[in-house]
Design a protein around this ligand. Structure first.
Ligand code: GLN
Length: 290
């Protein structure tokens, strides 16, 4: 193989992967910026970089997610480290953060005395930590906790919190199991919600992500049912539960929240117009049951 130029290597790579991805992978192999790549199209690639790039292209062509190959993914304007131990942050999950921020930051949404940004928050199934860390950074006065059942995921989340300078307290827990009598003003979660037999699980990036972060039961709602059932014992009076769910689970979510006694149920559409986040407020009626 003759030595390749930057442009030549990109032209070869685009035979098997999209050019946008080829540029990202070449930048990664070279440690170079987009501008550098553009300005040095005719430079010869050092052999080590050419080999590293070829290996990345081949892995990508076999389906490995770009985020795992690069080792990071952008979420809410910040870079989060990701490994195959965690779900890759999705743009639609930014909606969960945005609504969570509004619940805490809008006067009158949480009960007086608990409102504002001194509220206590819990993120369940935190994975890379992207939701908890973003909330902690956007609401610097809030006390943010985050849980995951996977010690490997928590290691990634802790590293992200340190790198991004976020103060989040991490707990290894199977959903709410390890939270004893603790209560929060807002519980958020992007739990697994894909139905176990869904064909999407054997397509694209999902094939490489932790199955336990994606699929949950025959209808995908097992984790959500558990969280909804247990949340009222861990919410302050008037506190909110806010969950991301699948594109076809809006009606089921509304029913589950209503059946568990949540009031003021809100459902929010993502940028594609799909109801993606549902939430409700802990009522007096629920408190009486607990
Ligand atoms: N939104 C993801 C997908 O459809 C699923 C993430 C999840 O289960 N929380 O690929």
């Amino acid at each position: 193989m003759s030595a390749a130029t930057v442009a030549g290597a990109l032209a070869a790579a685009r035979q098997s992967i999209p050019i946008v991805e080829a540029r990202l992978l070449l930048r990664h192999a070279l440690g170079a910026s987009a501008a550098w790549l553009e300005a040095h199209r005719d430079d010869l690639l050092p052999r080590s970089a050419a080999e590293a790039f070829a290996a990345l292209v081949e892995r990508r062509a076999c389906g490995e997610p770009v985020a795992y190959l690069l080792g990071f993914r952008e979420f809410y304007g910040r870079e989060f480290s990701v490994t195959p131990d965690v779900l890759i942050p999705r743009p639609e999950t930014e909606l969960l953060v945005e609504i969570g921020q509004k619940i805490v930051g809008t006067p009158g949404v949480l009960p007086a005395g608990r409102a504002g940004d001194t509220a206590s928050l819990l993120d369940l199934g935190t994975g890379s930590g992207c939701v908890a860390i973003t909330l902690a950074l956007e609401l610097p006065q809030a006390r943010v906790s985050a849980a995951d059942i996977s010690a490997a995921a928590l290691a990634v989340a802790r590293a992200n919190a340190t790198l991004l300078g976020a103060d989040v307290s991490f707990v290894e827990s199977d959903w709410l199991a390890c939270f004893g009598g603790r209560r929060f003003d807002l519980i958020v979660s992007n739990p697994p919600y894909v139905a176990a037999g869904d064909p999407h699980l054997s397509e694209g990036d999902l094939r490489f992500e932790p199955p336990s972060a994606l699929a949950c039961g025959a209808d995908g709602l097992d984790a959500i049912r558990r969280i909804v059932a247990d949340a009222s014992r861990h919410l302050e009076a008037g506190g909110w539960l806010l969950l991301e769910h699948g594109y076809d689970q809006a009606d089921a979510m509304r029913e589950l929240l209503a059946a568990a006694g949540f009031a003021d149920i809100e459902q929010h559409r993502d940028l594609a117009g799909i109801v993606r986040v549902s939430g409700g407020r802990l009522t007096k009626y629920q408190e009486a049951l607990n």
